[in-house]
Design a protein around this ligand. Structure first.
Ligand code: NAD
Length: 472
């Protein structure tokens, strides 16, 4: 057994966060910054990732007081530095530390896998291993709070039996305390506040677990302003998360056909949507765009279907909207490729500059980014790609280094705006002069009206877009 005194100087309740990714790293900081009524730290936090280069790098970075991902939230950086100086947040790849936990927060990934035909399937091997690790180390009365997005049924049918089995192997007679409360964290400028100043849904495997979960969440989250909602059981909260994201993915996918229609008939769909949004019942109508990326909306719509089949043995349940949403969202970047190919009269040897490679504005996360689908397709059709993103230096999925500075546009056949990064609203198009006409393609409502006017008034440039009715 490790000597915890050598890690933390003060005796506080211990929270272990399993998984130091985009969620777990930020959640570790959120928990370490929890304060009691005397304004003293409530918890000692141990972030635990898997051994290996990536896990070690994340843990070392946190121990150095530096957030392990590109980050634009100053408050998060400040709170991490504060935790490092107080000494109530440590990170490690040593799973033995789970033994100290009063609460374990599970923030690991659970990926959807795809077979050779592109059909999604569930492989719970790594997730089950992670639950076994917890069950084989924790104290009998510790709370396991699952925040990972999981197929509905997972806490009851996977987490509980595994931890219980591990308890029995250790001669522990008790029932594990398990709760589920999903994350709505949003990396970006308000990364930390999207955890501590936001509404939460929670449930427990039994009443005692639910109460333990409520008490823990109340100590970390500003629940006076953002009240908690308790649901009946863990199946319900797991369903809430995947329904929430499936709904969003589906309403975005729904706009794809309207974007194409708008282009064909010279309608500015943004103007149309803004007008419709005046109706309170339609105020969150989505817009056409470049596509949907990120780790969550690209997989979560499959989880209800996969849970039905693989956890509830119900092959009769179908999810046509949710599955079609993922397919359509993946197709969206190809729509942009098709337009650009048409406007340029082919893509062979055409030089395309892509502005924005992360999956959304103001984040450096490139997982399942629509820019990747776009870039691979342009390359497949013979085009030559260049990239820029203010928040990405190493685009791991493509294996390339990305420029942080916006290059001069003169050398390109097309400049494609893919992500609404703030920096792009400062670009002045009036002074650009090119030998041949340069296509400026706004695929995601990135450019402001005055920028579009400047492009239209510049004889070197031609403006086209998704959704503004510029095709004709
Ligand atoms: N990224 C988001 O914005 C977001 C928002 C809401 C919910 N979620 C959900 O939160 C979960 C985590 O997402 P993420 O973006 O942080 O993923 P991530 O891939 O960035 O991080 C997961 C981390 O868990 C680690 N890990 C995996 N197995 C482990 C184990 N056995 N022990 C210790 N560490 C382990 C991985 O090494 C990795 O560092 C997912 O279910 C995701 O769907 C993510």
């Amino acid at each position: 057994m490790r000597e915890l005194d050598s890690v933390f100087k003060t005796n506080r309740k211990v929270v272990c966060v399993q998984g130091l990714g985009f969620v777990g790293s930020a959640m570790s900081v959120a928990i370490a910054s929890a304060r009691n009524e005397e304004n003293e730290p409530v918890y000692n936090v141990i972030g635990i990732d898997v051994p290996g280069e990536a896990g070690f790098r994340k843990a070392s970075s946190i121990n150095d007081g530096v957030f392990p991902f590109e980050n634009s939230d100053k408050k998060l950086e400040m709170k991490l530095k504060e935790a490092a100086s107080i000494g109530n947040l440590k990170a490690t790849t040593d799973k033995e530390y789970f033994a100290y936990a009063d609460v374990v927060v599970v923030d690991i990934n659970l990926d959807v896998k795809y077979d050779d035909n592109g059909a999604p399937y569930l492989d719970l091997t790594l997730f089950k291993d992670a639950m076994r690790t917890i069950g084989s180390h924790i104290k009998e009365n510790a709370l396991v709070l699952v925040e990972t997005t999981v197929p509905p049924g997972t806490c009851q049918r996977v987490v509980k039996p595994i931890i219980r089995e591990e308890f029995r192997k250790r001669g522990l007679p008790g029932e594990p305390h398990i709760a589920h409360s999903y994350e709505r964290v949003m990396p970006g400028e308000n990364y930390l506040d999207s955890i501590i100043s936001y509404w939460r849904v929670y449930s427990g495997i039994d009443d005692e677990s639910a109460e333990m979960c409520r008490s823990f969440l109340e100590s970390v989250i500003k629940t006076d302003e953002y009240p908690l909602t308790r649901l009946k059981n863990t199946n319900s909260t797991e369903t809430a998360k995947v329904l929430e994201n499936s709904y969003r993915a589906t309403t975005i996918a729904f706009m794809e056909e309207w974007g194409r229609f708008a282009e064909a008939v010279d309608v500015d769909l943004f103007e149309v949507v803004d007008a419709i949004r005046m109706r309170p019942t339609h105020s969150n109508m989505r817009q056409p765009g470049f596509g949907v990326g990120g780790y969550c909306l690209t997989k979560d719509p499959y989880f209800a279907m996969l849970a039905s089949r693989e956890l509830f043995n119900r092959n009769d349940l179908e999810f046509p909207f949710s599955t079609m949403a993922v397919r359509l969202n993946n197709r969206m970047p190809i729509v942009s490729v098709d337009y650009i190919e048409r406007f340029l009269g082919g893509l062979e040897n055409k030089k395309i500059l892509l502005l924005g490679v992360s999956y959304r504005q103001d984040v450096g996360d490139t997982r399942y980014s629509p820019s990747e689908i776009f870039a691979r397709e342009v390359i497949r059709r013979g085009g030559i790609m260049s990239y820029q993103d203010p928040l990405v230096s190493n685009w791991a999925e493509m294996g390339i280094i990305v420029n942080k500075d916006i290059p001069s546009f003169e050398d390109f056949d097309a400049v494609v705006f893919a992500v609404q990064h703030k920096e792009y609203s400062d670009i002045d198009f009036s002074g650009i002069h090119t030998a041949k006409k340069l296509l400026i393609f706004d695929s995601n409502r990135v450019l402001k009206d005055n920028q579009i006017d400047a492009i239209k008034n510049n004889e070197s440039l031609i403006f086209k877009s998704i959704g503004r009715g510029t095709e004709l």
